[in-house]
Design a protein around this ligand. Structure first.
Ligand code: GSH
Length: 224
């Protein structure tokens, strides 16, 4: 059977799939394709993921898009009862935190990061940046409280719930997180894992090589 294929340059949400693949020690092939007409919008790519978005995985005959569906699938398949909770309630909590991350904090962290760090300085919108920080105050307090009394979201052990939330807010490491010290310590714990560091190194390299025009397109296409 062919190796698992992960499509998407590590600067994108493909980072999440790369992290989980490294976390569970998979032998995979990474196809670091870019967003847009020359990458995720080519007819060949659209035949795999009609959304024209990254990431997508191909695992044998099985094709899956949505980054957090990918992390949950790979964790369940390759690390059941370790990275992936074995109990019904544990699994539901992992889903809860994953859906929470996508709905409550994904967009805010992205808007903040583009307008605080990634767009060329003259093109950053301070109003959007400040609004994003305001939107994040309440959910970040929720996350801070969730990890105030325990090391990880589901208890003493790192699970896919932590991986998903930490991956979604990974760019928040550049924020001032002093108002949420438990969140900050938890995020550093998650991102300091060897698998996370490897995936983050790929992401940092891709960030450094991303032309300003692509960053502008990300902001425009996604209305960030
Ligand atoms: N909810 C999707 C979002 C995927 C997504 O929007 N990916 C971005 C890159 S991070 C993309 O491919 N954008 C295409 C574009 O900007 O044209 C997921 O989590 O996988």
């Amino acid at each position: 059977m062919s190796k698992l294929r992960i499509y998407g340059i590590a600067r994108t949400r493909a980072f999440r799939a790369l992290w989980v693949a490294k976390e569970v020690g998979l032998d995979y092939e990474h196809l670091p394709i870019e967003i847009g007409d020359a990458g995720a919008r080519t007819p060949e790519f659209l035949a795999i993921n009609p959304n024209g978005r990254l990431p997508v995985i191909v695992d044998g005959d099985f094709v899956l898009f949505e980054s957090l569906a990918i992390t949950l699938y790979l964790a369940k398949k390759h690390s059941f009862d370790k990275l992936y909770p074995a109990t019904l309630e544990g699994e539901a909590r992992a889903w809860q935190w994953s859906l929470w991350a996508v709905t409550e904090v994904d967009r805010g962290v992205n808007i903040w990061s583009l307008n605080a760090v990634r767009l060329p300085p003259a093109e950053r919108d301070a109003a959007k940046r400040d609004e994003a920080l305001k939107v994040l105050v309440a959910p970040f307090k929720v996350l801070d409280a969730a990890v105030a009394q325990q090391d990880y979201l589901l208890g003493p052990a790192f699970t896919v719930a932590d991986l998903n939330v930490a991956a979604v807010i990974s760019r928040a490491v550049d924020m001032d997180l002093s108002a949420t010290p438990h969140l900050k310590a938890w995020l550093m714990r998650c991102l300091d894992r060897p698998a996370a560091r490897e995936a983050l190194a790929l992401k940092a390299k891709a960030d450094a090589e991303t032309p300003a025009d692509v960053t502008r397109r990300i902001a425009k296409n996604n209305r960030l």
